[in-house]
Design a protein around this ligand. Structure first.
Ligand SMILES: O=P(O)(O)OC[C@H]1O[C@H](OP(=O)(O)OP(=O)(O)O)[C@H](O)[C@@H]1O
Ligand SMILES: O=c1cc[nH]c(=O)[nH]1
Ligand SMILES: [Mg+2]
Length: 212
């Protein structure tokens, strides 16, 4: 597993505003959207392209275009939905699949309550969107799901990650022969005793959509 912490002053600036408890929901949604687009630029560095011939007004030339099959973007409901538009801005022709997952706040165990993904992901590059990599349980389960369907290259974009979660994820992925990259805006200090990222930003789903 490869972990990339995007080191950019604009990312740090927007992340600080996102963390602030005084940031309201509409501003939180806008900042999350902008941050994802910045992270997506790094996360798609290895997106597959193929040579493509065109003619400019001046001369023929060979450029590139996205390869088939198109990449698959997978937001993890609920909070990952707040990252979808920011991602699709960079990959407008990608397909989108959905995974609904929730973490039991007592046991911290993740369970899947919804799934709408292609049956066969062979040869697909997949981009998973989930703002928080806390204990890593949710992302580990999501990645296993995609690998079981045949995904051959997985990148997860997370706004924040915790070191404990990254370690657990790495162990959880042992034996999986598919490249996995985590792209995040920051590696925070730790988890608290409730499994929340410290200093973190609180409950991403609640801050995006309200408490349910
Ligand atoms: O790394 P983990 O310890 O598994 O925690 C991370 C997960 O927790 C949050 O989801 P939550 O369960 O709160 O669902 P929500 O998005 O519907 O709020 C977050 O959006 C991640 O999916
Ligand atoms: O800090 C955390 C941990 C899990 N889920 C969140 O939304 N926030
Ligand atoms: Mg939540």
């Amino acid at each position: 597993m490869r972990t990339l912490v995007v080191d950019h002053p604009l990312v740090a600036h927007k992340l600080t505003a996102l963390r602030d408890e005084n940031t309201d929901s509409p501003t939180f949604r806008r900042l999350a959207d902008q941050l994802v687009t910045l992270l997506a630029y790094e996360a798609t560095r290895d997106v597959r392209v193929a040579p493509f011939d065109i003619v400019t007004p001046v001369a023929p030339t060979t450029g590139v275009k996205l390869s088939e099959p198109r990449p698959l973007v997978v937001p993890i409901l609920r909070a990952g939905l707040g990252m979808l538009e920011g991602m699709m801005r960079l990959l407008p022709t990608a397909e989108v699949g959905f995974l609904g997952m929730v973490r039991d706040e007592e046991t911290l165990k993740a369970s899947t309550y919804a799934e709408r993904l292609p049956d066969d992901l062979s040869g697909r590059q997949c981009y998973v969107l989930d703002p928080m990599l806390a204990t890593g349980g949710t992302l580990a389960a999501a990645i296993r799901f995609l690998v079981d369907r045949g995904a051959d290259d997985i990148t997860a974009i997370c706004l924040l990650a915790a070191p404990e979660g990254c370690d657990r994820l790495e162990k959880g992925l042992e034996g999986i022969d598919v490249p996995v990259t985590i792209v995040t805006a920051a590696m925070d200090e730790k988890l608290n005793d409730k499994g929340y990222i410290v200093p973190g930003l609180g409950d991403a789903g609640d801050r995006l959509y309200g408490i349910v």
